[in-house]
Design a protein. Sequence first.
Length: 421
Amino acid sequence: MTDTVAHRIHPSSSAPTQRQAEAIALEDEHAAHNYHPLPVVIAEGAGAWVTDVDGRRYLDCLAAYSAVNFGHSNPLLLDAARAQLERITLTSRAFHNDQLGPFVTELAALAGKDMVLPMNTGAEAVESAIKVARAWGYRVKGVADGRANIIVMAGNFHGRTTTIVSFSDDPDARDGFGPYTPGFRTVPYGDAHAVASAIDEDTVAVLVEPIQGEAGIVVPPAEFLPALRALCDEHRVLLIADEIQSGLGRTGSTFACDLVGVVPDLYLLGKALGGGIVPVSAVVGDREVLGVLRPGEHGSTFGGNPLAAAVGRAVVALLATGEPQERAELLGRRLNADLDRLVGHGVVRVRGAGLWAGIDIDPALATGREVCELLMERGVLAKDTHGSTIRLAPPIVVEPADLDWAVDQLEAVLAELATRS
Ligand SMILES: *Cc1c(COP(=O)(O)O)cnc(C)c1O
């Protein structure tokens, strides 16, 4: 579906209507308060656009943290899901199903690897990789039982389980949830020397986001990942790339690692792998590593289910054309050129890769949250992260003119804030 600027209706007032207020009140009353959503109640979506319960339309510049890379209600992905819904949706891995084999074969081929461990959420893929790396360390590398360590980065975001928050340095994510899982060493992101110093004979893996998403789209120095690859080869350590947010087209390539020519031992995938329809995640790697798992050692009731596999296959087929990657690259260049003109006009700095931008707003002007609220009033949905940073990551199917329009709205918001202060 193609939206044009001329067809757009955007809200003129921020006051929530009765219908919105009711929906928000129900959520506030009965859903745990582990999020602080913008006051918009979405009812429908198509492509890069969503519609609220009152029929007002917004350009979705978050795309569910890149889980909706291919757009809302993507017709190809919906067709694949519908067809599979009518056939069978869940068998458990106690039996084989006719979608899993093709899915893992096609996904492994896309990644240039041998094997796939299918799971559901991103955090589960990370947890699975930690178990695999430890098992590989003990069984293949010969690390003494119970001694394996994994090197992680400051500012990381890998999910919300107790083990994963154990090695987060975000106090909101971590504080109050101990006791923490041992076996992790934190080093500064982007500092290969620090990684070299932290590696010892018990190190089994380096876990890294090739670009840190939640930290504010932080791109490391170009030599960082290649240096990690060399260190991991030298010390026989697994390089694990968490591409749950950066992978599958967002950065203008299939994986963010591709941008610097690095091939990790394990790719962790999630978010967009489920096409915005069902949660699908995966650990993708070679037989020497993923082959360490034996029956009964790891599993998931829903992992590898036929519906997830059918949707995952459609996602892989989309990416195999190379078109989403190419589009993200082209649109990303346009977005960055547009954003560059705001630097010095309320924007301190812009970071990014492909169709993914982290924008540091002048903290004297507003918080990221305030900017997002004002953008919402103008029909653009974005999300703040860490203080005065906002992130733009629209679905890759976004129309170029709509992207330009979103940046115009940001420019208008910043101008409005400048006159206010
Ligand atoms: C979102 C995310 C995760 C966690 O995925 P969930 O599906 O929310 O569990 C892990 N790593 C990265 C880099 C992410 O962005």
